[in-house]
Design a protein around this ligand. Structure first.
Ligand SMILES: [Zn+2]
Length: 59
């Protein structure tokens, strides 16, 4: 699995034009710039939760 998750839409404005963003302070490439709303954000996968997924199906 790659270090950087690839978003297809901006989570704030749903724009599809996202560019990799380099944090000047840390040199980290793990962020994205949305060209629509100019927000810079990072995605982080926290893990898998099968218990919560099956809970949703039962309702
Ligand atoms: Zn946006």
């Amino acid at each position: 699995m790659s270090e950087r998750a690839t978003p297809f839409y901006c989570p704030y404005c749903a724009n599809e034009d996202l560019r990799p963003h380099v944090d000047e302070a840390t040199g980290s490439h793990a962020a994205w710039l949305c060209t629509g709303c100019r927000r810079v954000f990072r995605l982080k996968m926290l893990g898998l939760n099968f218990a919560a997924a099956s809970e949703v199906v039962r309702r």
